[in-house]
Design a protein around this ligand. Structure first.
Ligand code: KG4
Ligand code: ZN
Length: 340
């Protein structure tokens, strides 16, 4: 393509209000994220109504900052990319309404993006040579999907969680050991001081579906362990619980990813989603990929958790493929991957 394509991307599916300007899908000119974590911390998790209100308050400011940091105006932009699902409906609606308003006012093409496609596409930003096909393990607060990326915009889900998402398990276990929300980064830090072999927590495997996941049994095992220690008057060591829990999650995720790569004959493996910033997961995955002759890619932590740069990367490839949404685009809280 001769002419550069500039995308203004908007993301508001959960508790981050984010906007970014991305050039040709891989070059981030700005990436502004206004996090609501401090607000939701008070309640131990995301409160949907508060999230929507905060998005409304912040969105214009975040977009203005994204444009000014990138040193561009809306007149330079070629298309608007926006997450329209999955996520919290009220939160998604704010981004979608804003994107439609800009698209209408400036007569710009509107490209709706699937949030998980965004997470996967975060890998394109820092790995300029990465191209499909590859395997992507998506581990976030709401999703645990093992995805075969056959081509840009063409996905096949090889495995998924049957119950809790990996990030959800991190958050729930963190709460049980008194670490607060969001638990993932706190468990990651505390686990460095603990013994991953201290407690043998279960690593769930599902009969007949070797690439599917289950984390609710692991979460219950941690809660039962804590309760039984308390009943016996034994002191619990939070760092050991954090390290042992993390070990169970990391080993299951790594094992299944390698298994899938071999089964489908893929030589490139990516991580994506908030949990992809977990230090133990990154280093174990790197080690196992090396041992198995697989190339391993992962985004910087800021591109793992929710952001709009990843939406801009995904929107670029959708734009090239001709995806255009009308002003009737709606938020779809349970949008399926690969659906347009
Ligand atoms: O991708 P994300 O920002 O939002 C969703 O799309 O869900 O993921 C957020 C999740 C939270 O559950 C958070 O606890 C987890 O990612 N997370 C981590 C780490 N950083 C964030 N989990 C484990 N280790 C981390 N370092
Ligand atoms: Zn996400």
């Amino acid at each position: 393509m001769d002419k550069d394509v500039l995308i203004l991307a908007i993301e508001s599916s959960c508790d981050e209000t984010a906007a970014a300007v991305v050039k040709n899908g891989r070059e981030v000119l700005s990436n502004v994220i206004s996090s609501q974590i401090e607000l939701h911390k008070l309640y131990g998790g995301v409160v949907p109504e508060i999230a929507s209100r905060k998005h409304i308050e912040k969105i214009n400011q975040v977009i203005e900052e994204a444009l000014s940091t990138a040193k561009v105006t809306l007149d330079d932009v070629d298309a608007i990319g926006v997450t329209y699902g999955p996520g919290l409906v009220g939160a998604l609606l704010v981004g979608v309404a804003e994107a439609k308003a800009i698209s209408y006012a400036k007569k710009l093409p509107l490209v709706g993006v699937h949030h998980i496609e965004g997470h996967i596409s975060a890998n394109y930003i820092e790995n300029k040579n990465l191209e499909p096909p590859f395997l992507c393990m998506v581990v976030s607060g709401g999703h645990t999907h093992l995805v075969l990326v056959r081509d840009y915009g063409t996905y096949e889900i090889l495995g998924r969680t049957r119950d809790d998402a990996a990030g959800e398990a991190f958050d729930k276990v963190a709460r049980a050991i008194g670490l607060g929300y969001p638990g993932g980064p706190k468990i990651d830090r505390l686990a460095r001081e603990g013994d991953p072999k201290a407690i043998a927590f279960p690593k769930a495997h599902i009969d007949g579906a070797p690439l599917d996941f289950s984390f609710s049994g692991l979460k219950s095992a941690v809660l039962n362990y804590i309760n039984s220690c308390r009943m016996k008057g034994e002191t619990i060591v939070p760092a050991d619980i954090a390290a042992s829990f993390q070990e169970a999650v990391v080993s299951v995720i790594t094992e299944k990813t390698i298994m899938a790569a071999k089964q489908y004959g893929l030589d490139k493996v990516c991580l994506a989603g908030g949990v992809a910033s977990n230090s133990a997961l990154r280093s174990r995955m790197k080690e196992c990929c090396e041992q198995n002759g697989l190339q391993f890619y992962y985004p910087s932590p800021i591109l793992c958790t929710d952001n709009a740069a990843m939406i801009g990367a995904a929107a670029y490839y959708e734009y090239l493929a001709g995806t255009r949404h009308g002003l009737d685009l709606n938020a779809v809280p349970n949008l399926k991957l690969g659906q347009r």
